[in-house]
Design a protein around this ligand. Structure first.
Ligand SMILES: Cc1cc2nc3c(=O)[nH]c(=O)nc-3n(C[C@H](O)[C@H](O)[C@H](O)COP(=O)(O)O)c2cc1C
Ligand code: SF4
Ligand code: FES
Length: 543
């Protein structure tokens, strides 16, 4: 297929769409709220009313406002029918939504697309989520899927692709924010031979579901990003590592790979070029540590998923000792838009050092929960108060970002811009995108204990500081929470945090103390209030 044929195919696929599309979210969140029954009821009404010639019901991916699911959107190019979305739709209400097409009334809850939750978002990664049926490749082709891959293969050299990604300023969305172009250049510079591309879809942070949503809603975007990466670095094999708890994502990826292969977008001689690229899925058993790149590689090799010391980094010696490019789902999801629209376009969004957008799963005590994609540099206040609608009772007390490796930012810092450096300066981190809002009834010591409990149970046990340090830190926190702790325990805890942070082998242990350190930094009075009189009069070092 040449470039013209691909554009023709996109045109045909777009023409095949009916003027009124009823998008019904069939991603995991809405399925749990009975969206498949809603979809059936919508389809039945379309049939019963003989509207099938101009109305189609389409099962789509996540629309973002998951807390209000099941979500249904009437997406219309027919001037007689207004595009509208509905929230918390029940199977009983579904037929009346179809009736509105013919002037009828519905009691379904109509949403407000001007609400800041939607209006303040900037969609790059999620711009097709909730718009396409992820199980039909034609839907993605109609919106331009695989055109960036075609452009890269026929208009750009591998070096030019790497250069474009470097120039865009894209940084890895898996947590650390490592410059993506630099990582690609390192793998590309390794001598020709077997190389691999891995997409990290492990996503083990509690409360995070950004990557799952992207995989479920728009899998072709990831396959295209991986294939472009394969071309740029000289790899012909890719693996997507997804946890077994994400069965829908796995199912949709399998289907997407099969359909892309049938169209000649994956496999041998892609688009008739000399470039071959295969993608296979590897299913993880759900250990948080398997998201760490060296543990993930061990797991793909069929070994126990434990980290190993770095260097060598995977870019030099990774899967089966071959140079391996490993990037996060959201990182790969940015690649096709950058190649299509250019590095300068992408670099124009965000801040000096943090470019583009970031997806967060906004959860906790905030009124509006769900997935949001926002430009880097937006303030925490805009996210929490405007988009999230604040908390339903009392005041916002803190925002936790970065999951178990991150920290708690107090409400006095809500005007902080969301970018890698600003969050790190506050003792937290961007992480992969978990954002948990806490109200003034939340005990910050309990929060620290929750994350430590998570790290304790997820520690792989390979190195002593993390294996025993997380147990001891958890014990000390429990003692404090139960009112049995002393100033001596607090001092012990602080010094143990430093030991675990500086002597653990991998990022899990190195960052496990972060929730304690940040809550001690901003909420020392909550720890002090729990202390028992100290029999040995050893002073606490908490200021
Ligand atoms: C304990 C631990 C868990 C991690 N989990 C993930 C994960 O689920 N997804 C991810 O992309 N990166 C995760 N990472 C980061 C990866 O090791 C790696 O840096 C990342 O996949 C690189 O992709 P990026 O450059 O696109 O961010 C984790 C790191 C640690 C230490
Ligand atoms: S720091 Fe923890 S998770 Fe990482 S290797 Fe050591 S024991 Fe395993
Ligand atoms: S899962 Fe349906 S809107 Fe997110």
């Amino acid at each position: 297929m040449d470039g013209h044929e691909l554009l023709d195919l996109a045109e045909q696929c777009a023409q095949a769409k009916k003027p009124i599309r009823v998008h019904c979210c069939t991603s995991t969140g809405c399925q749990a709220a009975r969206s498949l029954e809603v979809k059936k009821a919508l389809e039945k009404r379309v049939q019963d009313c003989q509207l099938a010639d101009r109305v189609e019901v389409v099962g789509v991916g996540c629309m973002g406002f998951c807390g209000q699911g099941p979500m249904v959107e009437l997406d219309s190019t027919d001037p007689q029918v207004t595009t509208t979305h509905y929230e918390k739709v029940t199977p009983a209400q579904a037929p009346s939504i179809i009736d509105t097409i013919q002037g009828g009334k519905t009691d379904a809850l109509q949403g407000n697309s001007q609400h800041p939750f939607f209006a303040k978002q900037l969609l790059i990664v999620r711009n097709h989520s909730g718009k396409v049926d992820p199980e039909r490749i034609e839907e993605s082709i109609a919106l331009g899927a695989y055109q960036a891959l075609h452009h890269a293969l026929f208009e750009l050299t591998p070096e030019a692709v790497v250069q474009e990604i470097s120039k865009s300023g894209l940084r890895g969305r898996g947590g650390a924010g490592y410059p993506t172009g630099l990582k690609w250049a390192t793998v590309a510079k390794m001598p020709p031979g077997q190389k691999y591309v891995i997409c990290n879809g492990d996503e083990g942070d509690p409360g995070a579901f950004m990557d799952r949503s992207v995989l479920e809603s728009d899998p072709h975007r990831i396959l295209e990003g991986m294939a472009i990466a394969g071309y740029a670095v000289g790899a012909d094999q890719g693996f997507i590592y997804v946890r077994a708890e994400y069965p829908l994502a796995i199912h949709r990826l399998q289907k997407a790979i099969q359909q892309a292969k049938q169209k000649g977008f994956l496999g041998s001689q892609i688009f008739g070029s000399g470039f071959d690229f295969k993608v296979d899925i590897r299913v993880g058993a759900g250990a948080f540590v398997c998201g760490e790149e060296t543990a993930l590689i061990a797991s793909v090799e069929g070994k126990r998923g434990t980290p190993r010391p770095r260097p060598p980094y995977p870019a030099i010696s990774g899967l089966w000792q071959a140079p391996t490019l490993i990037n996060n789902v959201e990182t790969f999801a940015n690649i096709a838009p950058i190649i299509r629209k250019g590095a300068d376009w992408f670099a124009g969004i965000g801040t000096e050092t943090s470019k583009g957008t970031k997806i967060f799963s906004l959860t906790g005590k905030v009124c509006n929960t769900g997935l949001i994609e926002v430009p880097m540099g937006i303030s925490l206040r805009t996210i929490v108060e405007e988009m999230g609608g604040g908390v339903s009772e009392g005041q916002v007390k803190a925002v936790q970002t970065g999951g178990p490796s991150g920290g708690c930012i107090p409400s006095s810092y809500l005007d902080t811009p969301v970018d890698y450096e600003s969050l790190a300066a506050l003792g937290s981190m961007m992480g992969s995108g978990g954002m948990v809002v806490m109200d003034d009834k939340t005990s910050m010591v309990e929060v620290a204990r929750f994350y430590m409990e998570f790290c304790r149970s997820e520690s792989c046990g390979r190195c002593v500081p993390c294996r025993t340090g997380t147990v001891q830190l958890h014990d000390l926190l429990t003692k404090l929470v139960e009112g049995r702790g002393t100033a001596f325990d607090l001092a012990q805890m602080e010094s143990l945090c430093q030991v675990v942070r500086h002597t653990s082998l991998c990022g899990l242990g190195m960052s496990a103390p972060n929730p304690i350190v940040s809550t001690l930094r901003y909420f020392p009075e909550e720890y002090q209030a729990l202390l028992q009189p100290d029999r040995w009069r050893i002073p606490a070092t908490v200021s």
